[in-house]
Design a protein around this ligand. Structure first.
Ligand SMILES: Cc1cc2nc3c(=O)[nH]c(=O)nc-3n(C[C@H](O)[C@H](O)[C@H](O)COP(=O)(O)OP(=O)(O)OC[C@H]3O[C@@H](n4cnc5c(N)ncnc54)[C@H](O)[C@@H]3O)c2cc1C
Ligand code: FES
Ligand code: FES
Length: 1334
């Protein structure tokens, strides 16, 4: 952190302790201050832009006017330290710790299994804590609102919601945890049901919430706030100065002399601009102490709201006013409330100001269209005096520009009461329901002549339809003075269509969708206006129920998780099979858990920032680091020339340079790295390195381009069973289709992080790194430095999520960081920014699947020929293995006698894709299921029937000639149909669809068969090391890495069972290559299987060694045996080893045994779809999974729920967008939407198949990390089912294309409503699209 130069003393409190800073750099945000200066590392960096909630803290302020204290949550990453003068901040460390007492919020989230990798947990805890400070007994709606801005990539949110639900009043009955029979049915029933169904957690254990125990607001700050005559505050840093004027007069003076200096209130616009766009503001004005900007004045015409008021303050003000005034006066207020509830997250709304939102002039601002439609105005002040300016079409000039002069300050905003006969509505559609900027947003107002349907005045404003808020003035002109009827409206749609035109390559893309939304919003407005006119008896014709629109349902119901009791007779001390909490959950919830970047700085430590290519395919003609080297704090620049050992790594015969030297093959490829004393200096240094390029011809980006140019990696793979060509001759029907699946960003919450520390002698290095494969990191670091592996030890304490993205990609970064450490002989840390991480590290392979299915009229699929093209990117990485896994899973659950698959990895100029949970299976299964869906539609039969007809039955053989029994898969299928009440609900869905024109429900049921273990046989091995110390405590080390999947918890359970001691005596510190060498990656859902056996082996050895001691003293304690063994010179340390199955795949013979066994699962989903906007909600999900006998049901159910939600994201939400020149646009949570709490199915039930045993894995369990992700496809097919129902309204039947993800855009356009059909499609090839379809 850079020190400031001069200025006032900043005074605030953190966790009850006073902080005074006399050198504050205005560029310092609270997050870096907490983490780097105060070493309070519980508050996490997840994105730096307000989009993930990992950095949530609570801020409290005293308000002298009302003599009250307000508490609000805020994102520390956007909170300028200077803004905190006089505030009290509470971080996760301030509410509870394992040293003192943990807070009930921390306890409940942890014990309800709401913390897996734990990286999001402190943020979740603080959002919930703040809610409870304001409302100790919240409703479920309060909770989901409070958590809306907190992303979690691991849990799927369900357990977090379940834990938080226990604070609700309505949750204080057994239904809250989905406990089947409710206590309300009588005590006995509840008791019996408790005995029958084991629960994941016992809420009786929870300590009560006692608000009197919370930290009090510091009295000193109250005195400070009440002190009269506040003075101007100034702070100056390296590049910026900050002035906080004490009066309006002073503010006006400052603005007059510095018209370009921004006013910073919430910093939610200015902050991201500085951080992500590199904007530098030499002066910032902070008007937070200018009271006029916060005043609220009511008049008979409406209310003046201070421009400095936060959006949350505005929301609660309006909510209060709608209760006080008659409905007809508060039309505009209610429309604003609706927008405000969906705008950003609570953390954003708590700081973002009304004036800031207006003046940021976002093209898709949610407030501006409503304020403009509602005839609001602003009062502005400058040296020239005050004036009022209407918020109309003249106000919004162009992108980021209003009619106001730069020196003018908005003091307040006037929001008028509505008049009799006036209706105001707001609509928005966004890529995600909450915490997401809108695709299109609108404010609409109409005023009728008294008692008539004749329009006296109308205004329609849209956001997302141009560079700024736009008025549909011509459409309004076509409506005004006319009666509000079908004729007027249908003319209005035509005018609107002509008026709001977007060029086909408009920034933001989605052109047809955006245009159709303009129409459907007007249609929705029409429906609501007609309803109002009916209520007022102005019109009498009834709108048929079928044509009405109601919002999508949103109440999350209690969930159900069913699993088996441990076998009768199992000792109470034996934890195996019980829902034991993740062993670090409490530390994670208190913020004590240490992730890589939480490690303290070592003396002289440097930070490394990488410089990446800005060209997709080019020769490097120059690299000039001279300017960077002149910048403050910059120490060195590392290029390929500095690498002392191997400069490349080779996979499948293809070379990959660690740092590009002569040529680049994608944007985001690493070229060099800048070393500096601080993070900020390193970043500035990296930005100052100048690279010159000479573009090379014809980069390849899309799969189609790769096919055209035969740009493929070798080997290509083929597999065939039966004789496909001949079989096509015999079938009744043939259907050919294709599906395109987009890629997926891992979005692990903790970005790639590492710290390399030279030991100082004999070229020895300690590498602390967030990786799934420490051994690979060790190997390649050693190779890169040209030293033996025994000089490099890799250490992984835990990862904040990984999902396959921390295997190969991490190692390259670790090599570069090690070179820097080697060259400078100093510790070097590298932690990627979210945007860099997303740009550089690739993700899941996009796949194009082309299929031809031959089938009989009775539904049997006799032949299928499928070709898979995976977009691999600029280096091969693991792409060929991904393609192989695609082919090996192409049959999924179906016995298609003649089946052929061809797979190829396409070489393109995009960042190379890599392993991602499921490793190709989610793409493979999707293609097969889509083909089956098409066959069902072609036959006009339900999908579940065609699936049943074609499923494997009885003793079976896969298409690679491996025998297996599908019995448990069929049991899952049957059980899922029963548990989900499939047949009844299917009928109800059909009935719903008949009763609703604009909303449709859809259902689907999908099976999976997922092969466990590595097809590469040598990877099926594991080792462990167990030490027993003289006091009886035990340390276990094994090769598995903890990334949230709970492997250490399970290993602790294994050791506990084998050593016959409680888990509390067993500790797992880290995964280190110095304790357990030559390990395999934690991947392929094989971690527990492999490492569990190794730990078991080591523990059994030790237990055997203690046998003679036990025999001598059978009644002795564990501790007494251990100490006796020591005195008898018995070794208390043992290694364990597991030689896993000898699996193989012979691609020439097209046969093999690549998997140890299969995990089976079936998922049934129902969705409700708004056909006008494509918005949908998963109404219910039931999953039945066969995982044998679970070692830990809470951990396994956590994996099931989390993987399902990640799959839901893959197949319905997450969209990577690349520019036509190959630059990834979607480089943060603002652009790339992963599921949030608003996406959790409203009813989410998980059942573990009972009485299943698996002799092939530890304690009869099965691997579960990856399989269920593919079941997210059931949401896709439920959406497709709903779309099919919508299409039938337009007379369209039969198969239709729908690519994945089925975003609102795709679903809406596929519905082919009369509105979407009005939009002329742009001719492909006639324009350059804004984004590529890779
Ligand atoms: C993660 C995230 C999600 C978001 N989601 C949404 C969303 O869904 N919908 C939406 O509409 N917005 C959204 N926003 C935008 C957000 O609402 C605006 O950034 C915010 O309202 C700006 O207010 P601020 O106080 O933070 O502005 P600041 O960043 O502090 O300032 C913004 C600009 O406004 C000017 N300004 C501020 N006050 C005045 C004044 N009184 N007079 C003159 N000029 C002034 C400043 O000079 C500056 O140029 C989101 C932002 C983030 C970071
Ligand atoms: S790090 Fe602050 S919101 Fe993501
Ligand atoms: S537990 Fe939420 S991100 Fe990992």
């Amino acid at each position: 952190m850079s020190a400031g130069k001069e200025g006032d003393i900043l005074c605030f409190f953190i966790n009850g302790k006073k902080v005074t800073e006399d050198h504050v750099d205005p560029e310092t945000m609270l997050l870096s201050f907490l983490r780097e200066k105060l070493r309070l590392t519980g508050t996490k960096y997840g994105c730096g832009g307000g989009g993930c909630g990992a950095c949530t803290v609570m801020v409290s302020r005293y308000q002298p006017a009302t003599k009250s204290i307000v508490h609000y949550s805020a994102n520390a990453c956007l909170l300028p330290l200077c803004q905190l003068h006089g505030a009290a901040v509470i971080t996760v460390e301030g509410i509870g710790s394992t040293k003192t007492r943990i807070h009930p919020v921390q306890e409940r989230i942890a014990k309800a299994h709401g913390s897996q990798c734990g990286f999001c947990t402190p943020g979740m805890v603080m959002s919930m804590y703040t809610l409870l400070r304001n409302k100790p007994q919240p409703t479920m709606e309060d909770i989901t609102q409070a958590l809306a801005g907190n992303l979690c990539r691991c849990t799927g949110y369900q357990p977090i919601v379940d834990g938080c639900r226990t604070f609700c009043q309505e949750a204080n009955c057994c239904q809250a945890n989905g406990g089947g029979d409710c206590c309300l049915n009588g005590d006995e029933a509840a008791d019996e049901s408790e005995l029958r169904t084991p629960q994941l957690f016992d809420k009786e254990e929870f300590q009560p919430l006692d608000p009197t125990q919370e930290l009090i607001f510091p009295p000193e700050l109250i005195l400070m706030a009440e002190r009269a005559n506040p003075e101007t505050l100034t702070f100056s840093g390296e590049r910026m100065s900050w002035v906080s004027p004490a009066s309006l007069e002073e503010l006006v003076q400052l603005k007059t002399s510095n018209p370009q200096a921004p006013l910073v209130l919430g910093n939610t616009n200015i902050g991201p601009d500085i951080k992500f766009k590199g904007v530098v503001h030499p002066l910032i004005i902070s008007p937070t102490r200018v009271t006029e900007l916060f005043e609220v004045t009511q008049t008979p015409q409406g209310v003046w709201v201070g421009a400095g008021c936060s959006l949350s303050e505005l929301l609660s003000l309006l909510e209060k006013l709608v209760l006080q005034f008659p409905e007809e006066k508060t039309e505009l207020f209610r429309a604003l409330i609706q927008q405000l509830r969906n705008l950003g997250s609570q953390q954003i709304r708590n700081v973002a100001s009304l004036g800031g939102n207006i003046m940021s002039v976002y093209p898709n601002s949610d407030l501006n269209p409503v304020l403009a439609a509602g005839s609001c105005k602003v009062s502005v002040i400058s040296k020239g005096g005050r004036r009022e300016v209407p918020l109309n079409q003249d106000f919004f000039v162009s992108f980021g520009k209003t009619i106001l002069k730069p020196e003018e300050v908005v003091v307040s905003v006037f929001i008028p009461f509505s008049r009799k006969g006036e209706f105001v509505r707001a609509f928005r559609q966004a890529p995600r329901k909450e915490s997401s900027f809108a695709t299109v947003t609108t404010g609409m107002r109409v005023l009728f002549s008294e008692g008539s349907r004749v329009v006296q005045d109308v205004s329609l404003y849209y956001g997302g339809m141009g560079p700024t808020t736009v008025s549909a003035a011509k459409t309004c002109a076509a409506i005004v003075t006319r009666p509000w009827d079908d004729e007027t409206l249908s003319r209005a749609y035509d005018v609107l269509l002509d008026e709001l035109v977007l060029p086909p390559s408009a920034p933001g893309g989605k052109v047809e969708f955006r245009r159709s939304l303009t129409l459907t919003f007007l249609f929705k407005f029409n429906l609501e206006v007609l309803q109002k006119l009916r209520e007022m008896n102005v019109i009498t014709d009834e709108l048929p129920e079928r044509m009405q629109m109601r919002p999508l349902p949103r109440e999350i119901q209690p969930s159900l998780q069913e699993f088996q009791h441990v076998p009768e007779g199992q000792s109470d001390e034996d934890p195996v099979g019980r829902p034991i909490m993740h062993r670090s959950a409490i530390s994670q919830a208190t913020g004590e858990a240490v992730y890589c970047d939480d490690m303290p700085r070592t003396d002289g430590e440097l930070f490394l920032a990488v410089v990446t290519s800005s060209r997709a395919h080019a020769k490097i003609t120059g690299l000039d680091a001279s300017e960077a080297l002149r910048l403050p704090g910059v120490v060195d620049v590392i290029t390929a020339k500095d690498i002392p050992g191997k400069k490349i790594r080779t996979m499948f015969g293809y070379d990959e340079e660690l740092l590009a030297e002569s040529e680049v093959s994608c944007i985001g490829q690493m070229l060099c790295a800048v070393l500096a004393d601080t993070r900020a200096h390193a970043k500035r240094g990296a930005a100052a390195v100048k690279i010159s390029y000479e573009d090379l011809a014809d980069p390849v980006f899309t799969v189609e381009e790769a096919i055209e140019k035969s740009s493929f990696y070798k080997p290509q793979r083929v597999i065939e069973r039966g004789n496909v060509t001949e079989a096509f001759e015999t079938v009744d029907q043939i259907y050919e289709g294709e599906i395109h699946l987009g890629g997926q960003e891992h979005f692990y919450m903790e970005t790639q992080s590492m710290l390399v520390v030279p030991v100082g002698e004999e070229t020895e290095f300690r590498v602390y790194v967030s990786t799934q494969w420490p051994t690979l990191t060790q190997d390649v670091v050693a190779e890169t430095l040209g030293i033996p592996s025994n000089r490099v030890s890799c250490h992984v304490k835990r990862m904040g999520g990984a999902f396959g993205g921390k295997v190969t990609k991490t190692t390259i970064l670790a090599c570069i960081t090690s070179v820097a450490a080697w060259k400078t002989n100093r510790a070097v840390r590298c932690v990627l920014e979210r945007g860099e991480d997303m740009l550089m590290t690739g993700g899941r392979h996009p796949v194009l699947g082309k299929y031809k299915a031959g089938f009989m009229n009775d539904g049997r699929i006799v032949a299928a020929d499928i070709q898979y093209y995976a977009n691999a990117g600029n280096v091969i990485d693991e792409s060929v293995m991904v393609v192989e896994k695609i082919l090996l899973h192409m049959d999924n659950a179906y016995n298609i006698p003649n089946l052929r698959g061809r797979g190829v990895a396409c070489r393109t100029n995009l960042p190379s894709n890599t392993a991602f949970r499921g490793f190709g299976v989610p793409q493979s299964i999707m293609v097969m299921e889509n083909m089956i869906n098409d066959v069902a539609m072609a036959l006009g039969r339900p999908g579940d029937q065609i699936r049943e007809i074609n499923m494997y039955k009885g003793p079976s053989t896969t298409h690679y000639k491996s025998e297996f029994s599908p019995e448990n898969m069929l049991r899952c299928w049957e059980e899922c149909k029963v548990k989900s009440e499939y047949n009844d609900r299917r009928r109800a869905v059909d009935q719903f669809n008949q009763q609703h024109r604009w909303k449709k429900r859809g259902m689907s049921i999908i099976p999976i068969k997922f092969g466990i273990a590595f097809g590469e046989s040598f990877l099926n091995q594991a080792a462990a090391l167990v030490h027993i110390y003289k006091d009886g405590s035990v340390v276990v080390a094994h090769g598995g890495t903890e990334m949230g999947q709970g492997i250490h918890t399970k290993m602790q359970q294994v050791a506990s069972r084998e050593l016959h001691i409680p888990p509390s005596k067993i500790y797992i510190s880290e995964t280190g290559t110095n304790t357990v060498p030559n390990t395999c990656p934690s991947a392929a859902s094989f971690g527990t299987d492999a490492n569990g056996m190794a730990v078991k082996d080591a523990c059994q050895t030790l237990y055997q060694r203690l046998e003679p001691i036990r025999q001598k003293n059978p009644k002795g304690s564990w501790e007494s045996w251990v100490i006796a063994a020591f005195f008898e010179k018995i070794s208390l340390s043992a290694t364990g080893f597991y030689r896993g199955p000898d699996l193989y795949m012979d691609w020439d013979k097209m046969e093999g045994q690549p998997y140890a066994y299969f995990t089976f699962g079936v998922c049934c989903c129902e969705v409700e779809l708004d056909c006008l906007t494509g918005d949908y909600r998963t109404v219910r999900t039931d999953i039945v999974v066969d995982i044998g006998r679970s070692v830990n049901p809470s951990v396994d159910i956590g994996q099931i729920e989390g993987a399902f939600m990640q799959g839901l994201g893959l197949y319905t939400m997450e969209e990577l967008k690349f520019s036509p020149s190959g630059l990834l646009y979607t480089r943060g949570p603002s652009q790339y939407k992963i599921p949030a709490v608003c996406d959790v199915p409203l009813r989410f039930n998980v059942y573990l198949l009972s009485d299943s045993h698996n002799p092939l894995a530890i304690y009869s369990s099965k691997g579960i990390g990856e399989p269920i992700l593919s079941l997210g496809s059931s949401v896709f097919f439920a959406i497709k089912d709903a779309v099919a129902a919508a299409r039938s309204e337009s007379g369209l039947v039969g198969p239709f294309p729908l690519d994945s993800p089925a975003t609102p855009e795709r679903a809406c356009l596929a519905c082919a409503s009369p509105f979407t059909q009005k939009i002329p499609a742009s001719k492909p090839g006639s324009f350059k699209p804004w984004a590529l379809n890779i």
